[in-house]
Design a protein around this ligand. Structure first.
Ligand SMILES: O=C(O)C1=C[C@@H](OP(=O)(O)O)[C@@H](O)[C@H](O)C1
Ligand SMILES: C=C(OP(=O)(O)O)C(=O)O
Length: 443
């Protein structure tokens, strides 16, 4: 893919109503569970970002039927739990950690071999976090010596259920194990000390699977599925992605006079830590017409420009806003006083080392930042920083979008070296932002 440099310039207020694309986490799972269900599943609002298209392609290689219909909805015809077939080609998961880790879980309890790879970002990300528990269930793995892809999954024909306590807060690891557990006799349990996004659990229930949750004595949550489960095809509606909505929302907060409405955004509390934090910073954000669609809560967001103040983000909030720290840091850079973020070491193993990329990029824009292994403090001065930098994005969509949002508020423009990866999670980002009045262009 050729690099696509983009630049954001300060303009007037942002105004209007825009629907941001479907939730990425829910979209991946819609296709995966549709591929496991018996019967036909219709999916409305599926994200057609590159990451989700990789999942669709891999599931086709595993024998599922997945089609996009003329009306924009998607239809899957599943193979039943345990019914996937050995792929005759390498499964290239592109930029997507979620696709790679969840599908590695899924195929690990199917008796065949699959080979996984990814792009220059994905092949740097740790995979032992899934291969360790999945090995305990009986699968074998051949990864590079540093525990990275490319690698092969040799699925087991005699899977054993496990009880596994997550060493890192990760919905991807939890979901990989639960997916493996679907084709495993007996009960597979994942214990999480800090609750992570629960889209897998909610969607499995929507498809008729008995998912149990129990709070343990130490406060941890045990989530379990009983295997050799049957998924019954059910229609799905994918809400707009709160992680994508964060970009126009923060842009509206930072550009004086703005008022932006974002309808149908997912408001699952395991995802809304950013919004809670922004409200603590004083943000004028209203959640209107709160309702439920296909097992997930949604609301219309109304965001008005606000002068923000720095806050200390509680570390136990990190799982509910893990992808939102880059955009929070942009808001923090314009706020009055320091914003303290702790317990964010996981940012170092995302599409890029997001902690370093955010800190370096903000410094280049004239912001004072302190950072350590798993923490960062952004010192805002109460007005937008000077800007005037070109930011390296290292194949990371959220770094690109975050700095473009900052550039809408800074005196001098902010550019990114490559915006092409924005399409992995937020196709149409530039058009949508410019439709609200933003000035993002090529260059
Ligand atoms: O389960 C998911 O859909 C995701 C979980 C998170 O990753 P981790 O599980 O690695 O924290 C998040 O960063 C990612 O964007 C999507
Ligand atoms: C971390 C992310 O995604 P993934 O892990 O699926 O690559 C993200 O979208 O910010």
């Amino acid at each position: 893919m050729p690099a696509k440099p983009l630049v954001a310039r300060k303009g007037g207020a942002l105004a209007g109503t825009v629907r941001v694309p479907g939730d990425k986490s829910i979209s991946h799972r819609s296709l995966m569970f549709g591929a496991l269900a018996l019967g036909e599943t219709r999916i409305e609002g599926l994200l057609t970002g590159e990451d989700v298209l990789r999942t669709a392609d891999a599931l086709r290689a595993l024998g599922a039927s997945i089609e996009r219909l003329d009306d924009g909805t998607w239809r899957t015809r599943g193979r039943g739990v345990g019914g996937l077939a050995e792929p005759s080609r390498v499964l290239d998961m592109g930029n997507s950690g979620t696709a790679a880790r969840l599908l590695m879980g899924l195929v690990s309890t199917h008796p065949f071999t699959s080979i996984f790879t990814g792009d220059a970002s994905l092949v740097k990300r740790p995979m032992a976090r899934v291969t360790v528990p999945l090995s305990k269930m009986g699968a074998s793995f051949v990864l590079r010596s540093n525990g990275r892809l490319p690698g092969a999954v040799v699925g087991t024909n005699m899977p054993v259920p496990i009880e596994y306590r997550l060493p890192v807060a990760s919905a991807q690891v939890k979901s990989a194990i639960l997916l493996a557990g679907l084709n495993t006799p007996g009960r597979t349990t994942v214990i999480e000390a800090e609750p992570t996004r629960d889209h897998t659990e909610r969607m499995l229930r929507h498809f008729g699977v008995d998912v149990r949750e129990e709070v343990l004595e130490d406060g941890a949550l045990a989530v379990s599925v009983t295997g050799e489960a049957n998924l019954t095809a059910r229609d799905l509606v994918v809400p707009s992605d709160p992680s994508s909505a964060a970009f126009p929302a923060v842009a509206a907060l930072l550009c004086p006079g703005s008022e932006v409405r974002l309808p149908g955004v997912g408001t699952n509390t395991r995802r809304t830590g950013l919004y809670e934090t922004l409200k603590e910073m004083g943000a004028d954000i209203a959640f209107q017409d709160q309702r439920e669609e296909a097992g997930e809560p949604v609301a219309d967001l109304l965001v008005r420009a606000t002068a923000l103040k720095g806050v200390e983000v509680p570390p136990d909030r990190a799982p509910s806003m893990i992808d939102e720290y880059p955009i929070l840091a942009m808001a923090a850079a314009c706020a009055t006083g320091p914003t303290v973020m702790r317990g964010i070491g996981e940012l170092r193993v995302k599409e890029s080392d997001r902690l370093a990329m955010v800190a370096d990029g903000l410094v280049a824009c004239g912001v004072k930042v302190e950072a350590g292994e798993d923490w960062m403090v952004v010192h805002g001065t109460g007005k937008p920083p000077k800007g005037g930098a070109r930011i390296a994005t290292a194949l990371d969509h959220r770094i690109a979008m975050s700095f473009l949002v900052l550039g809408l508020a800074t005196d001098e423009p902010v550019g990114v070296d490559d915006g092409s990866f924005i399409d992995t999670s937020f196709p149409g980002f530039v058009r949508l932002m410019n439709g609200l009045g933003a000035g993002i262009g090529e260059g």
